[in-house]
Design a protein around this ligand. Structure first.
Ligand code: IDP
Ligand code: MG
Length: 145
């Protein structure tokens, strides 16, 4: 769907409400550029619970789904499309494990996450999901510049 707009791979990331409210937006955006990503689209918004539920629909049967949806709708998030060689895997490496207690030193979740649920950032887990998730937040026109 967005293939013509990108020279390299892309991923969809979010700074979650804890990351925004705790004042880490600037540090995370700086880290994104230091890691060699181009920020191709960027917005700050508050999701409704039904929007957050739709984004995390794949997790609807997991025990933490209700809690996750409420948390993701609890405050502002920042969503962005990032372009880089190997963007999906590189971002997953930069953010670290889901649970900050298990994340490597220097990763974004180790540095900024509050807990396994409130873990500062999201990253797509595959190129195919990056496509779907980028389309959730952005239109092709937003990615043309
Ligand atoms: P990921 O974000 O590292 O890909 P997933 O397993 O896809 O992790 O889970 C999606 C999100 O759901 C996590 O980032 C986290 O916010 C939340 N989550 C995952 N596992 C748990 C849990 O055991 N308790 C509470 N929240 C969880
Ligand atoms: Mg995931």
């Amino acid at each position: 769907m967005f293939t013509p707009y990108f020279k390299k791979e892309f991923t969809l990331i979010m700074i979650k409400p804890d990351g925004v409210v705790d004042g880490h937006t600037g540090a995370i955006l700086e880290r994104i550029e230091k890691e060699g990503f181009q920020i191709r689209a960027l917005k700050r918004l508050v999701l409704s619970e039904s929007q957050a539920g739709a984004f995390y629909y794949v997790h609807r049967e997991r025990p933490f789904y209700g809690e996750l949806v409420k948390f993701m709708a609890s405050g502002p998030i920042v969503a962005a499309v990032l372009e880089r060689d190997n963007a999906v895997a590189h971002w997953r490496k930069v953010i670290g494990a889901t649970d900050p207690a298990e994340a490597e030193e220097g990763t974004i979740r180790k540095l900024y996450a509050r807990s396994k649920g409130e873990n500062a950032v999201h990253g797509s887990d595959s190129v195919e999901n990056a496509r779907l998730e980028a389309g959730f937040f952005f239109a092709g026109l937003d990615l043309l510049s």
